[in-house]
Design a protein around this ligand. Structure first.
Ligand code: KG4
Ligand code: ZN
Length: 328
């Protein structure tokens, strides 16, 4: 079974050709074009601008993915596309392209929830054992999910305000670091003392699985109004606050639901210190974290998720849904 995946939910334009034989999901090609240069210039993603870039990039990116897979179009069995959540203009580019290709090439179309897709990066070259706890930590989401099986998941909790990645990005901005801020803070933090500043760890002791990160950003803003601390020390302290909360809640979920595996996904999972602290906190269960290039937005994870879902009967009924939630 071979699936062409398409992902355009935020500013990336991505296409990938992925194969499943038996239990093994392997990437044949994985192409990601991002408007990172524009983002860095404007300090973030400008939705209209992202969609305009995606309209230009989508066909070349799909052509490149097919060409790199060294397969003929006739060898592709189905198309998978992200239909939400995300930016409406961006989602439309992928969804309408996928619908058109599905009709023209006469191939089934499988709509994928972007958040579910992130988790399925863990099924590439691996097969995590159910039940598992899924922790999604990206620029737009911080969610804990209980996966009982494919297509059977339960939302446990998530952020009430800023996502973990958003907190990294906003704090980085306060420190005059370029966007995206997560990798910048991580790099600086290597030279700093994480105990230098006693920053808040919002909701760390709450018994639920919710998160809140906006207070941390405010604390950093207030600190910077009063003094000019060493950037590396502050970066290390910010990173440590975010990691402490994420690790504590993950351990709490794994223990309460007695799961076999923890699967982590999303851009923040690229953070090396976070990975090391998770492994140290949960030595008794396998923790699956995708390689860095599969943590951030890509289409291979969308194709991977599609192997475990059914195509829709009529591809033309698929609608982009910017507010799509994580429900079964
Ligand atoms: O999953 P992703 O690529 O896009 C969304 O769907 O949001 O995640 C992007 C987020 C950004 O907030 C970025 O700052 C963060 O992931 N990020 C990191 C690291 N690499 C990316 N955060 C902390 N440490 C990193 N190494
Ligand atoms: Zn994402």
């Amino acid at each position: 079974m071979i699936i062409l995946g398409i992902e355009t939910s935020c500013d990336e334009t991505a296409a990938a050709v992925v194969q499943k034989s038996g239990n093994r999901v392997t990437i044949l090609s994985n192409v990601v074009a991002s408007s990172a240069v524009l983002q860095a210039k404007y300090g973030g993603v400008i939705p209209e601008q992202a969609a305009r870039e995606q309209i230009k990039a989508i066909i070349p990116v799909i052509e490149e993915a097919i060409s790199r897979s060294r397969l003929a179009i006739s060898q592709i069995n189905a198309i998978a596309v992200t239909y939400g959540p995300g930016l409406i203009g961006s989602l439309l580019v992928g969804v309408e392209t996928a619908k058109t290709l599905s009709l023209v090439w006469n191939k089934p179309l499988i709509p994928i929830n972007h958040l579910v897709g992130h988790f399925y990066a863990n099924w590439i070259a691996g097969a995590p054992a159910f039940p598992c706890i899924g922790l999604l930590v990206s620029g737009g989401h911080t969610d804990l999910v209980l996966f009982k099986n494919h297509g059977k998941y339960e939302y446990l909790g998530g952020t009430r305000d800023d996502a973990a990645g958003e907190c990294f990005d906003k704090c980085a901005r306060l420190l005059s670091l370029p966007y995206p801020g997560g990798p910048q803070i991580a790099k600086l933090a290597q030279k700093g003392n994480p105990k230098a500043f006693d920053l808040p760890r919002p909701m760390i002791d709450s018994k639920d699985f919710d998160f809140s990160f906006s207070g941390l950003k405010t604390a950093v803003a207030n600190l910077l109004k009063e003094s000019s601390p060493k950037t590396a020390y502050l970066a290390a302290s910010i990173q440590q606050s975010i990691i402490d909360v994420l690790v504590k809640k993950s351990v709490q979920a794994v223990t309460q639901y007695k799961v076999k595996t923890l699967i982590v996904a999303g851009g923040v999972a690229a953070n090396q210190k976070f990975r090391e602290e998770l492994w140290a906190a949960l030595p008794e269960i396998p923790i699956s974290i995708p390689p860095v290039d599969l943590c951030t937005d890509n289409a291979a994870m969308i194709a991977s998720a599609a192997f475990f879902q059914k195509p829709v009967k009529n591809p033309l009924t698929i609608q982009a849904d910017p507010n799509l939630a994580l429900t079964t």
